[in-house]
Write a protein that binds this ligand. Structure first.
Ligand SMILES: [Zn+2]
Length: 160
């Protein structure tokens, strides 16, 4: 499988947390589900078993997942909505209860965040694994500028 090879061939930077095969598979499932929903984010969430609605959230909080509800910050572009939702779903499915969050050391918390971001990018742009360089990915995938802040996540997915 080329996607797994892309990760294996590329030693991640020392601080990187590559996704497991299971996590990569899950990202592809979510991506396929979104496609099957005609890129309708509301319908997608519903299909995944979450009720989604938009609210005004504090600036640095794009989304919250709680009790089967996804609360999304108002006014995000569609790709950023997908990334925010996938990020939260990753925490929910792979990092267990949110209660543990405060018990994590700052380092573990950062690793979890980077992992969740990598996963989210993979859901939004599954083609990411096919690029050789981050620059090439930026140029050819025509990513919106707002995705640049999650550049760090790409370090786990693309050869540097
Ligand atoms: Zn997070």
């Amino acid at each position: 499988m080329s996607d797994q090879l892309a990760l294996l061939d590329t030693p991640p930077p020392p601080h990187a947390v590559p996704l497991t095969r299971r996590q990569i598979r899950r990202a592809q499932q979510l991506s396929n589900a979104l496609y099957a929903c005609g890129d309708d984010v509301y319908f997608w969430c519903e299909e995944l078993g979450y009720k989604m609605f938009e609210r005004t959230l504090p600036k640095n909080i794009p989304a919250v997942l709680k009790d089967g509800y996804i609360i999304l910050s108002r006014g995000m572009s569609q790709i950023m909505q997908v990334i925010a939702i996938a990020h939260e779903i990753f925490h929910h499915e792979f990092h267990g209860a949110a209660i543990a969050f405060r018990e994590l050391t700052p380092t573990a918390r950062n690793l979890n965040e980077s992992q969740a971001d990598s996963f989210a990018v993979l859901v939004a742009e599954p083609s990411v694994l096919k690029y050789d360089t981050i620059q090439q990915f930026y140029t050819e995938s025509e990513l919106p500028d707002e995705m640049k802040p999650i550049r760090e996540a790409l370090l786990y997915l693309i050869k540097v």
